[in-house]
Design a protein around this ligand. Structure first.
Ligand code: GLA
Length: 379
């Protein structure tokens, strides 16, 4: 399912035909926030907002990529230095892939098209990475599994782009399943799909507010967790317990380290309880767990914002409401809501009406459905 716009873009910039088409979804995370870089549990869903593209192996050793949204960038060589703008993700993927297959990979040329709002916390960069890597996998006939592609994408992001993120976004984009949320234990990398009950709709509520310095604030949290684990005498917060935190608090563990650790411990427990709630379609517990998750992200983890808080509050008053919380890294971006699917229109109108009282930027509120993960094939 490649949009016609991508074909038009191809004709505008390239002669001859593309060889490979590829598509990869963005994601929302239902619960399990800021746990993935602590070897914890996450529960994302791949959504029907995607990055897709048309590609072929370039005849020279220069990659040339055009984006319908971010524009054409100067060609670059995989062995050269990193490009500055969005194509740095492609450069990073090519480098990480080449390391993985232990040989030079062909330069890629092509066009990408995306309907994932950029920088909103719906993993537009992971979708771009998985789209490109799926294409490369097909062009080079490497036969890599989607799980392997997710790990290569993660390596591209952490080692070559330099963002100290966890593996959730790449795994979600690679391993998504239609109608299912993906439970992932980021320590063992085991994952499984869990059916989302029929009548339960998913809504993205994009505040359209990006907090400046979000990426440095994210790295700061990663560091704080590392320090907190060290102070607790463990290698990662996955092994922390509430007893341990209380005990260490009396031996000088500082307040920030204790709160970060408490968020991770309680959030991991909430993921398991949420999975059970989803399986039984027990909406009251789904609602309570999301509420607790949001509060923990707000007070213990300090990653909410006035807009995200207002959105969660506004949605709780709307018809059809089941659950809401911030999703993704926070510091602005989106909330995810679970609602009675049939009530979407009245839910949307009520949230917009209530949120308006705050005089924030008008948000975007839209439904999403759980979709399959990245794939590529011949055009
Ligand atoms: C971002 C990162 C993920 C994860 C979330 C927070 O989306 O890319 O790895 O840490 O934030 O849960």
């Amino acid at each position: 399912m490649i949009p016609d716009d991508a074909f038009s873009l191809w004709k505008e910039y390239f002669q001859g035909d593309p060889e490979v088409r590829a598509v990869a979804p963005g994601r929302v995370n239902l619960i399990g926030e800021h746990t993935d870089y602590n070897q914890g549990l996450v529960f994302p869903v791949a959504i029907d907002r995607r990055t897709s593209g048309l590609f072929r192996a370039a005849s020279r050793d220069q990659c040339r990529l055009i984006s319908g949204q971010a524009g054409a960038e100067a060609p670059f060589r995989l062995l050269g230095s990193s490009p500055k703008r969005w194509t740095r993700f492609a450069w990073a993927c090519g480098r990480a892939l080449s390391e993985h297959v232990d040989e030079a990979v062909p330069a890629l040329e092509g066009v990408v098209w995306s309907d994932i709002p950029k920088g909103s916390g719906l993993s537009s960069s992971a979708a771009l990475e998985l789209c490109l890597l799926s294409a490369w996998n097909a062009v080079g006939a490497y036969g890599l599994s989607n799980h392997e592609l997710a790990k290569i994408a993660w390596r591209a992001e952490t080692r070559f782009v330099g963002v100290a993120c966890g593996v959730m976004d790449q795994m979600a984009s690679a391993l998504g399943e239609a109608g299912r949320a993906i439970f992932i234990d980021t320590r063992t990398e085991e994952f499984s799909g869990w059916r989302i009950p029929e009548g339960l709709g998913m809504v993205v509520m994009d505040t359209r507010k990006r907090r400046a310095l979000a990426s440095s604030a994210y790295s700061h949290r990663v560091d704080e967790c590392r320090r907190s684990a060290q102070a607790l005498g463990i290698t990662s917060l996955r092994d922390a317990t509430l007893e341990m935190i209380v005990e260490c608090r009396s031996h000088g563990l500082d307040d920030v380290a204790a709160r970060r650790a408490r968020h991770v411990v309680t959030e991991n427990a909430r993921v398991l309880a949420f999975r059970e709630g989803l399986e039984r379609d027990h909406r009251p517990s789904i609602g309570t767990l999301c509420h607790e998750s949001h509060q923990s992200l707000k007070y213990d983890y300090d990653v909410s914002s006035p807009e995200l808080d207002a959105m969660v509050e506004a949605s709780a008053l709307a018809p059809g409401f089941v659950a809401a919380r911030l999703t993704g890294a926070g510091f602005g971006g989106c909330c995810v809501g679970l609602i009675e699917r049939s009530k979407f229109r009245s839910f949307q109108a009520a949230v917009l009406g209530e949120y308006k009282r705050h005089n924030f930027t008008r948000p975007h509120i839209f439904e999403v459905t759980a979709s399959s993960g990245a794939k590529a094939g011949a055009v």
